[in-house]
Structures are given as structure tokens and as C-alpha cells.
Design a protein around this ligand. Structure first.
Ligand SMILES: Nc1ncnc2c1ncn2[C@@H]1O[C@H](COP(=O)(O)OP(=O)(O)OP(=O)(O)O)[C@@H](O)[C@H]1O
Length: 691
């Protein structure tokens, strides 16, 4: 700072002709300790201070005398450019300021300077505090005892504490793995240390605060570089990606070329260069039209529209090309050209192969559909009867939910078919459908069949253990058929699976979570079993969430004819015998039967009839088992003929005997107690060929 900046301009001055009294009164009025004395040209010629006045009093000099008598003529003064520090060293409270002609231009006092310094230092302090507070880097200062005396907001944010929590506390007690002891002890800086504070990657610089050659504290600055590191990581990922892409481009068989917005080649892979018989280095920077014959990449730059599968002649080849514009904010900034096929012949042979594959695929799709339809779907359950319509309605609702389903109904009604259909129509249809017949497996094996076993669970256990049905059915459906026959002990285990949704393989203590939907079925009356204590009540309630009661065949006679056709088709195909249908009389006979064995019985009757009938022949009453013909109503029917019934029975018995003797006609004749020739006659009559 220069005195010119702080001085009082045009200060009060006196002339040497003025009386001592006047000078004294001016000094008293203005509370000055001195007054500069100037001549007519305002040139500084002397100074009167309190000291001169006291001296005048002491020497009894008359106060009317002129100032000239007592003033000091050798005046200490400075020019305007003098630095303010110099004034302090002069030891004078009021210093006159003169210009180069020694004319008085101002006065500077020590108190003026102190005020100015104070103002400036407050301003600097405020500024420093603001910088400290708002700087992005964290700053923390400790005293010589290592206690925090100042900390800024960024540092508080990094250590995740408030100012009151940290002030006057030792830094190492506040920040894990951090200390300033070494810096305080040695007075040496520690720069660029990488630390992990609160999960953030931070660079710490530690510097001592030295005053009068003594370490009086230390400052630590923290720079959070987490974002920076992430950015570096991203950058290196991007670099890797670019490298990978470049490698891919270089190594693909397809020829690839890239042009910039002016159509100049900026990249061409080896494959394209080889095809064109050029050197990559030679073509970079050239316009694409100079390098690739009949190219349209420069046109793509104008239209911005991709062209795929365009035929382009290059030399003797007719290639199939693909051209794609590269866009940024809707502006075309380049284009990519790719040789899809080097020769149009390639496309033709590929198309041929594709057609073959497509045909195969269609065939397998059809096959899969056929197999699935036969086995699984609701469509294959005829529902002309009201009862079946209602049952299917409930089953379809069940298929949409994840709840346990209990299918009940007499034996052979098609309970398993319902289980398949529910699974197939459920969201789990892509998962497995695992069937388990609880009555068919010996009790000792049931648990390991259902839950599997771990290695060494028992003597004879397979190495590596075995996966149980529940695990196999994970994310699908398990169908527990004949659940009514399940032993009580096992019922408790099934209940556990339903509640906990986890299983424990035999010999293992580690439960395994399974996501399985249970469909159970039984032809037994579970309520009665519960009352008899043979079936757990809690399991019954758990299973009986959605109940599907499959009606018996006698309750749905309206479905019989359609069922007959379905089963006939299925079995004639399986047996490889063409049977065009069932005669009206046969249908009537079938309809009159009560079907205690339900669809299974009907299926057996038809299978047998197909066997008995000749290829191309419709199923006639004579092909049906005798017990159906014995039906009372059938005898009263107008179509009934005793002769026919006897013949049917005779035919049946002969076929039965032949089957029994494995087709041996001699043995069969003996069994029937008829002669061989009679047997041959009858075989001829009833058209019985191979049995
Ligand atoms: N709608 C149908 N279409 C074709 N076949 C059917 C139909 N319903 C049942 N069946 C056939 O009837 C037979 C018996 O069906 P299923 O095994 O489903 O009966 P179930 O009620 O589960 O018998 P059980 O109680 O004895 O286990 C099976 O061979 C099945 O294919």
C-alpha cells in the first residue's frame, strides 16, 4: 500500500507568519499533535508540533510571536509513492506528504493507517473464510495437540459429521485411519496420500503450520476422487470397448467400410480391403466413390435412409450390400457399408437351406403341438354336458391361480387329464410337470422319491445323492395322484412343504427352497378318511383350496359320442389300424351302459374293438364285449337280435382262447372243446385272422 492511498488530501496547514496562539488554537480545535507550515506556494517549510509549543511556553516566548520563531525547519516528509510500512518505522504520528516540488499534498497519520489495515485485514479474513467454507476440497486444521480448530463444509461432508461434533476433538478420534501426529512431530509435509474415508476414495495432503520456526499445528486437505476414479474406470471401459469393437471389425469375415459426412473413408476392415484387392492405408481419406465401384454410400449421406440387401456390382462379383447412415441428433455424420454376401449365389443357396430348415421347424412344431394337445389341453376334454362344462370352468379358473388344487372323482374319469390341462393353461406351463403316484410307490421309497436323498443317506444310496420329485418340479407343477393313499407320516412332510415352501432331502439337514404348485388327486372320499383319522385334517384343508370334481361318465352321457371319436382316432393311430368310425347301433349300446370304470373302461372297450375289427371296418356291436350287449335295454331295443348276440359272444370267446394260446389253433380248439375243422370254419365265418 502507498501513502497516497491512505493520506488525507489538502490537509489543514498554517503559514510561518501566523501567531503561535493561532497555531495553538487550530491544533486544539482539530485535536492535532502537529501542523505543517507552508509558504505562499504551498511548499512545506516547517512543522509545529506540541513539543515546539511546550518549548515556547517554557522559554516564555510571547504567544503573539510568529510561528516562524518556534517551528522546526527540518521536516521529515515523504512523497505519495512511499510505502505505508515506512511510515511505521519513522516513529511519527503525522507525516506530511509532498509532491516532487515539495508542495504539501497531504498528511498521513498512524491511526489512519491502522484503520486502513484493520479494514483490509477484516476483508481478507472474510474472504479467506469464504474460500475455506466454499472450496470443493475439504480442509481441516489442528493445533499442536492435534485437536481440530477449524474445518470446512466439504471436509464435514466427507467425514459425514457436523462441526460441533468435531471441533476441539482429536482428528484421529474422529476420522478412522487418519492421523496428523507425524506432521506435527516432524514438521514435514505428507502429500498425495490415498485413503478410504466413509467409503470415498480421498487424496489427503498434510502440511504443518509453522510460526517462528515452531510447528504450531497442521492442515489437512481432502480431495474426493471417487467420481474421478469412476470416470477413469468408465473411460477405460470405453477404451476396452473400442479396442474390442476394433478387433471384432478387423476379424469378421464380412467386409465393412465406414465413411465420414463428406463420404471420405475413415475405416475399412481387412476383409473388405482383401475383397477389393487394395491396401487399407492407401484408401483411408479417399472418397468412397474412388475406391468402391458402384457404391451408394455417398447417396446414403444425402438421403439418411438405410439400404439393406441391395445388389451391387464390384468387378465380376454381384455382392449383396447393406448401407446404414450414422446419425447424431438427427444429422447424418457418416455411413457404414457392409458386404452381406460376396456373391448373390450365396444368398440363393442360403435361402434354399432356410426353406428346408423352416419346413423341418414347422414339422416339429406341429408334432409338438399334436403331442401336447393329445396329452394336455382343455380342448381335448369334450364338454357337451352341463356337468363337464361347469367342471372345466372351475378348472380353468384354477389354472390362472397359484393355489393348490384338489381333483376328485371316480377312478378313470380323467383326473390326470385335468391336472395336465390346468398346468398347461397356467403361467407355469413352460416349467416341468412332474407326476407322482403316491399309491404305487412302496412306503420306504416314497420319502426319497418325493424329496430326494443326500450322498450316503443310507446303504445303497447312489453317489452324489438323488434329486426328488419336488426339486424336479421346481417352477412347475407336481401332480400327487392317489393322495388319499399317502401314509400319515408322509402327509406331515407334504404339509411342511406346503407351509414352508422348502424340502429336506433324506439324510440332509439343509433345507432347499422350492417353488412348486401342487395338484393332488384322489378317487377316495377324503372327508371320510379325515373322520376315520386316516388323513390329516390340516393337510386336507391345505389341499382343498380349489376343488375340481370330475363327473363320472354316466353323468355326462352327452359327451360319450365325442369321446368315442377322440379315443377311436387315438387308438387306431396307435395300433396302426384304420377304423373309420363307430356304427350307430354300437353308439347306442355304448350310451346305454353305466360305465362304472368311466372313460378308462370306454377306452378299453374301444381299444379291444379296434383290435377285433378289420382294417377299414366301422366298429359294430359284434366288436363290442358281451357284457355290454347283455344290457337289458339293448335286448328290448328294436335293433336287437339274439342270433347276432350269440354270434358276438362266440366270436369273443374264440378270440379270447386264441389270445390265451398265443394263436395256437390246435390248443384253442382243445380248450373250446370243438374240432379243429369247426374252429377253422368259425374263424372263416367271423373273419378272425391274426390274433
Ligand atoms: N377327455 C378325454 N379324452 C381322451 N381320453 C381321456 C379323456 N378323459 C380320460 N381319458 C382317458 O381315460 C383314462 C383315464 O384317465 P385318467 O388316468 O386321467 O383318470 P383318473 O381319474 O386320473 O384315474 P385314476 O383315479 O384311476 O387315477 C386315461 O387313459 C385317459 O387318457
Amino acid at each position: 500500500m502507498k501513502v497516497r492511498d491512505l493520506m488525507t488530501k489538502n490537509p489543514i496547514s498554517i503559514t510561518k507568519e501566523m501567531s503561535i496562539r493561532q497555531a495553538t488554537s487550530i491544533m486544539l480545535e482539530n485535536n492535532f499533535q502537529s501542523l505543517p507550515v507552508v509558504d505562499d506556494d504551498n511548499k512545506l517549510v516547517g512543522i509545529v508540533t506540541e513539543r515546539e509549543l511546550f518549548k515556547a511556553i517554557k522559554l516564555n516566548i510571547d504567544s503573539d510571536c510568529q510561528v516562524d520563531e518556534i517551528m522546526r525547519k527540518r521536516v521529515l516528509c515523504v512523497d505519495g509513492d512511499t510505502k505505508t510500512d515506512k511510515i511505521f518505522n519513522m516513529g511519527i504520528s503525522r507525516v506530511p506528504i509532498v509532491d516532487k516540488d515539495e508542495k504539501l499534498i497531504g498528511i498521513i497519520t498512524v491511526s489512519d493507517m491502522l484503520k486502513a489495515y484493520y479494514k483490509k485485514s477484516s476483508y481478507v479474513t472474510e474472504e479467506l473464510e469464504a474460500i475455506l467454507k466454499h472450496t470443493h476440497n475439504g480442509i481441516l486444521a489442528v493445533n499442536k495437540n492435534g485437536k481440530i480448530i477449524s474445518i470446512n463444509e466439504s471436509a464435514l461432508k466427507i467425514i459425514n459429521k457436523s462441526e460441533s461434533e468435531v471441533l476441539e476433538k482429536k482428528a484421529e478420534d474422529i476420522i478412522h485411519n487418519f492421523e496428523l501426529k507425524k506432521v506435527l512431530e516432524t514438521g514435514e509435509s505428507q502429500l498425495g496420500e490415498k485413503c478410504l474415508i466413509n467409503g470415498l476414495n480421498v487424496i489427503v495432503n498434510k502440511t504443518p503450520i509453522i510460526r517462528n520456526n515452531q510447528v504450531v499445528g497442521a492442515i489437512a486437505t481432502f480431495q474426493d476422487i471417487t467420481e474421478l476414479e469412476n470416470a477413469i474406470k468408465e473411460l477405460s471401459n470405453e477404451k476396452n470397448l473400442t479396442r474390442t469393437l476394433k478387433t471384432i471389425l478387423e476379424n469378421v469375415y464380412d467386409g465393412i467400410v465406414v465413411v465420414d459426412e463428406e463420404g471420405k473413408i475413415i475405416m475399412m476392415n481387412d476383409s473388405y480391403a482383401e475383397f477389393l484387392n487394395v491396401n487399407v492405408k492407401d484408401v483411408i481419406g479417399k472418397h468412397v466413390t474412388e475406391v468402391i465401384q458402384n457404391t451408394r454410400l455417398h447417396i446414403i449421406l444425402e438421403t439418411g435412409e438405410a439400404e439393406i440387401g441391395d445388389i451391387q456390382e464390384i468387378g465380376e462379383n454381384k455382392i449383396v450390400a447393406m448401407r446404414i447412415p450414422i446419425k447424431e441428433n438427427d444429422k447424418v455424420i457418416g455411413a457404414i457399408g457392409k458386404i452381406m454376401f460376396r456373391d448373390i449365389q450365396e444368398v440363393k443357396s442360403l435361402a434354399k437351406k432356410l426353406t428346408v430348415i423352416q419346413n423341418e421347424l414347422d414339422y416339429y412344431k406341429d408334432e409338438l403341438k399334436r403331442v401336447r394337445q393329445v396329452k394336455y389341453s382343455f380342448e381335448n376334454i369334450p364338454d357337451n354336458s352341463y356337468k363337464m362344462k361347469e367342471t372345466k370352468k372351475i378348472a380353468k379358473i384354477a389354472s390362472k391361480s397359484n393355489s393348490t388344487v384338489l381333483i376328485t372323482g371316480e377312478s378313470g374319469t380323467g383326473k390326470e387329464l385335468f391336472a395336465h390341462s390346468i398346468h398347461n393353461a397356467s403361467p407355469r406351463h413352460l416349467g416341468p410337470f412332474i407326476k407322482m403316484n403316491c399309491a404305487a410307490i412302496p412306503y420306504e421309497l416314497l420319502e426319497s422319491e418325493l424329496f430326494g436323498y443326500s450322498e450316503g443317506a443310507f446303504t445303497g444310496a447312489k453317489r452324489g445323492g438323488k434329486i426328488g420329485k419336488f426339486q424336479l418340479a421346481h417352477q412347475g407343477t407336481i401332480f400327487l395322484d392317489e393322495i388319499g393313499d399317502m401314509p400319515l407320516e408322509m402327509q406331515a412332510k407334504i404339509l411342511r412343504v406346503l407351509q414352508e415352501k422348502e424340502i429336506e432331502p433324506v439324510g440332509s439337514n439343509t433345507p432347499i427352497s422350492v417353488d412348486v404348485r401342487i395338484i393332488a388327486a384322489t378317487n377316495r372320499d377324503l372327508e371320510t378318511l379325515v373322520n376315520e383319522g386316516k388323513f390329516r385334517k390340516d393337510l386336507y384343508y391345505r389341499l382343498n383350496v380349489i376343488r375340481v370334481d370330475v363327473p363320472s361318465l354316466r353323468e355326462r352321457k352327452e359327451d360319450l359320442e365325442e369321446l368315442v371319436n377322440v379315443l377311436l382316432k387315438k387308438h387306431s393311430k396307435d395300433l396302426g389300424k384304420y377304423i373309420p368310425g363307430v356304427s350307430k347301433e354300437s353308439v347306442d349300446i355304448l350310451k346305454r351302459h353305466d360305465w362304472p370304470g368311466n372313460v378308462r373302461e370306454l377306452e378299453n372297450v374301444l381299444e379291444r374293438a379296434i383290435n377285433v375289427a378289420d382294417c377299414g371296418e366301422v366298429i359294430k356291436p359284434m366288436h363290442l364285449p358281451v357284457y355290454l350287449l347283455k344290457n337289458k335295454t339293448s335286448i328290448t331295443s328294436s335293433r336287437f337280435s339274439l342270433k347276432q348276440a350269440i354270434e358276438n359272444a362266440e366270436r369273443e370267446i374264440i378270440i379270447h382262447c386264441l389270445k390265451h394260446t398265443n394263436g395256437n389253433r390246435v390248443k384253442a380248439a382243445k380248450l373250446l372243446n370243438i374240432s379243429r375243422s369247426t374252429l377253422y370254419e368259425k374263424l372263416d365265418k367271423y373273419q378272425i385272422k391274426d390274433v
